[in-house]
Write a protein that binds this ligand. Structure first.
Ligand code: GAL
Length: 717
């Protein structure tokens, strides 16, 4: 071997040895409290490539905190399988996240596959909003910056190395569940989190420091671009019509709501507004909607916004088809093109068409459907593009599936943002760094407990979940679902397969044959009361979204986020906080009763004003026409007189309900509710406070309008 060959051999040997394993190099500081380790040759298409700019100033305002790890604690190996990342996991450390998980809350001792799917599998991690991301009660978040299908092992497997044999569990097991249960960090102090990223030649790992769980989540949300602040009308009530509805049905339903004094802000149209759907033409079906622009205008005059259903798959009948052809994947879906939204040229074609044909005519929002993936459990429902699809940008089908939800949102939301117009859309898939997108995620699944679980899980992943209401088996079930919906990110009735409002007939078949309930009038009274409460909560809710945008604090919070040291809430996912002081405890099933855990402090039953000491469980009862919430002592709750819909001119008449003897001030956020002018400081903060016997209102800011008018104060002691 000549000298040249020898040196080549040595170089090859060193690069093979170093390629197998490397201790983490060092942290790069991306933003205050946000650290990154990168190793090897990263993919071109990753979540970081498409994310919105970080809110650096807001990140600087969070009390500084060092990284929870030393770089050497993060081991990255690259071999011919791909990339493996090993991260620390302490005994008794609680892990959450992975996006919109629906079958579990605490993620310890689980194998997680956060892959996008339209009917998530039984707790393997498949979800409408997959994120290679988790958050720890130790006060940090980790995000693996990949769009590849990835598997996380949360303390489930031990590597081949010496370990403390005394920790072994010698108990004989008599069930397969016990036999095959994963190892866990609750009992084992030497287990770690392992991440398997097949095919990757390199990876970057982001660490968001705390020092506590809420601060770490705030850093993630602010690094993503801040939380979402929807148009204020989006916090009203949305009603989606049946898929084959016509313009006359829009008139019928809009008239119904207004004549019955039932609040509604948004009417959603489903597929047959288009000449072709499945796949989409994006052209008004003039048979069903002869004068769409006149309809939009007349709905607007009655206080209704119009939201259009669609998906991205572009039918040959679409005016976009020819231009989009060269910017699409090499497989079709429902014979439609799959636009390469990883390419800004495709996003521009799609956006320009939507602006010219819909936004300019007053369409306020869209429902972005089928941007997830075919049902992983069924071979006969394989409607979407395969993972081996190739796109002109170089992205493959696997990575496009993981990114399509966020790229599709970005495509649509950038149109509204560039026109200084806020919106609030529906989307069926989302993912990493989606915090700034004013989009509520929905699903065809319909389990009430999972719906509440997803309110908690979405919060820990910077997402918004919409527990939509459709048909129901019983009256109780229906109104319990409405109670969840009025306490969540979006109150929506998705009647895409129902001819009449579901409170007039809960059963799908009878509803569609106009066999309405004899006591429908009674139901209208209940629905009016529940939806009026939603409208009265809008000022409080809107202020929580303003905090989400400015400070990264999620509007809805699992109790673990506010009480991370309370062992009673480690796996509590059927209650949640709205803001800091409203505790939601939805009732499920046919009974009015449920066990409620009250964390430390004193809490008031909103319906009875009964004061209860926290730190323990109670059996409480809530009727179907009551609101299943408790209010924390010291809260000033600004409740508005309900309005039927929210216009730019709406002024909320507010009664401040004061809970307890020593209330803390509440700061309301006020702006025009429909533009991005708040980014230029065109906003007000209204501080309402109570001293001994007198209420005080201080309005500060540059917004010249008036959104809130405090008319009364009510003491609850
Ligand atoms: C489904 C969607 C439903 C409804 C339906 C219309 O994919 O999840 O909410 O929009 O399409 O075809």
């Amino acid at each position: 071997m000549n000298i040249r060959g020898f040196y080549k051999f040595i170089f090859l040997l060193v690069s093979i040895l170093s390629a197998q394993t490397t201790s983490a190099q060092r942290f790069e500081r991306l933003e205050a409290g946000v650290y990154l380790i990168r190793y090897g040759e990263e993919d071109l298409h990753t979540p970081m490539k498409y994310k919105e700019p970080a809110l650096s100033e807001a990140l600087e305002k969070i009390p500084p905190a060092e990284s929870p790890f030393d770089p050497k604690d993060i081991q990255i190996r690259i071999n011919d399988r791909g990339c493996i990342v090993e991260l620390p996991l302490d005994k008794d450390e609680n892990i959450y996240g992975f996006g919109l998980q629906m079958s579990s809350f605490r993620q310890n001792n689980l194998k997680r596959r956060p892959l996008v799917n339209d009917h998530p599998l039984k707790d393997l991690g498949y979800t409408h909003a997959p994120q290679p991301y988790y958050i720890s009660t130790k006060g940090y978040c980790v995000l693996i910056n990949t769009a590849r299908y990835t598997t996380f092992y949360i303390g489930t497997n031990r590597k081949n190395a010496a370990y403390d044999l005394s920790q072994e569990d010698q108990k004989v097991k008599f069930s397969t569940d016990e036999l095959y249960r994963s190892l866990g960090n609750d009992e084992n102090s030497d287990l770690k989190i392992h991440v398997d990223i097949p095919g990757a030649k390199g990876i970057s790992v982001l660490v968001f420091s705390g020092p506590d769980m809420l601060s770490a989540l705030r850093r993630y949300n602010l690094f993503s671009g801040g939380g979402a602040i929807p148009a204020i009308w989006g916090l009203g009530v949305k009603y989606r019509l049946k898929a084959d509805s016509k313009q006359s049905d829009v008139e019928r339903i809009s008239e119904y709501f207004r004549s019955k004094d039932i609040p509604c802000d948004v009417i959603g149209l489903e597929p047959k507004w288009q000449t072709r759907a499945y796949s989409c033409s994006f052209v008004w079906n003039k048979e069903n909607f002869p004068s769409p622009n006149a309809m939009i205008k007349s709905c607007g005059e009655k206080g209704f916004k119009i939201n259009l259903w669609e998906h991205a798959f572009t039918h040959p009948a679409s005016p976009m088809y020819e231009e989009m052809k060269k910017l699409s994947g090499d497989y079709l879906v429902w014979n439609g093109l799959v636009p390469d939204f990883a390419d800004e040229r495709a996003r521009k074609i799609f956006a320009d068409y939507h602006y010219e044909n819909f936004l300019k005519e007053g369409i306020a929002a869209f429902k972005l459907d089928e941007c997830d993936n075919s049902n992983i459990t069924r071979g006969d429902l394989n409607w979407s593009f395969p993972e081996m699809t190739q796109f002109p940008s170089g992205i493959d089908g696997e990575k496009m599936h993981q990114l399509l939800g966020t790229l599709y949102q970005k495509t649509i939301l950038d149109i509204y943002k560039s026109n200084n117009q806020r919106t609030y859309i529906d989307v069926r898939a989302s993912g990493a760094f989606a915090s700034p997108y004013p989009a509520a995620i929905y699903s065809d699944t319909y389990d009430s407990l999972q719906y509440i679980q997803m309110i908690n899980n979405s919060s820990l992943s910077g997402l918004l979940w919409s527990p939509e209401v459709r048909e129901s088996k019983t009256r109780n079930e229906f109104f319990r679902r409405v109670q969840i919906a009025i306490l969540s990110a979006q109150t929506i009735f998705n009647s895409w397969y129902l001819k009449n409002p579901p409170w007039l007939q809960f059963d799908k078949l009878k509803n569609n044959t106009d066999m309405l309930l004899p006591d429908a009038k009674k139901n209208e009274e209940v629905i009016r009361k529940l939806l009026n409460f939603r409208m009265s909560l809008v000022p409080y809710l809107y202020t929580q979204f303003a905090r989400y945008q400015k400070d990264g604090i999620p509007p809805f919070k699992p109790l673990i986020l506010s009480f991370p040291n309370d062992s009673a809430v480690v796996n509590l996912y059927d209650q949640f906080l709205i803001g800091d002081d409203v505790l939601a405890c939805p009732v499920l099933g046919e009974s009015d009763e449920r066990m409620v855990y009250l964390p430390e402090g004193n809490w008031y039953n909103f319906n009875t004003n009964e004061k209860l000491a926290g730190g323990r469980h109670y059996k409480l009862s809530f009727r179907i026409d009551e609101i299943p919430i408790l209010i924390r002592e010291g809260c000033i709750l600004p409740l508005a007189h309900p309005v039927e819909s929210i216009s730019p001119e709406t002024v909320f008449d507010i009664t401040c309900k004061i809970y307890g003897t020593n209330p803390k001030p509440f700061v309301l956020f006020e702006d025009d509710g429909i533009s991005y002018d708040y980014e230029k400081g065109i906003l007000n903060y209204i501080t309402v406070s109570w001293k001994k016997t007198k209420g005080k209102i201080e309005r500060k800011g540059a917004y010249k309008g008036l959104r809130y008018n405090v008319i009364a104060w009510e003491r609850i002691l």
